[in-house]
Ligand binder design. Sequence first.
Ligand code: OAD
Length: 257
Amino acid sequence: MDAFVARATSSAERQLDLGTEDALLVLTGAGVSAESGLPTYRGSGGLWRSHAFERLASPEGFDADPALVWRFYSERREAALKALPNPGHRALAEVEQRLGERFLLVTQNVDGLHRRAGSERLIEIHGRLLGTRCSGCNRPESTDETAYPEGEVPRCEQCHSALRPAVVWFGESLDPAHLEAVDEFLDRWRGGRLVFLAAGTSGAVWPAAGFVDLARARGAETWLVNAERADNAGRFDRVRQGASGTLLPELLGLGAS
Ligand code: OAD
């Protein structure tokens, strides 16, 4: 049966109502930053509609034209640094304060806005836009807010290979420790309700699109907040259609600010 609920009517459909034993795992995607003025990837105005992701977000694209890739990520760094967290980011940071270790936020977003909103129990599974690492050696990743001038490709001070943005590209694996942390969180909570909430994500990119199944297999109640119908919407118990900046504060029982 289709779980799509465009308009929630009862309070059980409007709020998660988390009790003192309950745990919450949240997965966010680009839609959560849309109200901060940052473009999503798919859908109207999405980055991958106007930009070739094979050239801009793959190791092969970087090898072929690192200056083009750096121009794209430098522009995105500038946009992310100008953007401000919105009420959706702030609601998640606030509920973390209340739940402590019963809360974990996994984001596919690389823009750093969750951290700037105050989230700390945070896993950035697709990496960091404001990070740089070496394409040739294992020099530690560094924080880097630089928007490099057109044509410039920064070089590693150790091995002189091209430095690259510390984001996960198509064809690259996620850090296994991040996925283990998600598993470990889902396994840890046996007492109260376990709730999984995905927000602002199209459900098109794996393994994040399968977190709902991992959570269901552990008996979690599953919620989705998204502006449009996500590819995996049918696998959630409850779906709220709308803007995360409005719906997340409401679902989490916080006043929008
Ligand atoms: P997508 O662009 O695929 O999906 C964003 C979703 O957010 C869409 O389904 C929109 O309907 C929804 N949306 C837009 N505005 C919203 C709002 N204000 N409130 C709620 N929902 C809204 O973004 P992701 O699912 O995050 O990977 O994409 C997953 C990954 O694909 C990204 O992390 C990126 C990309 O390639 C990497 O960079 C590695």
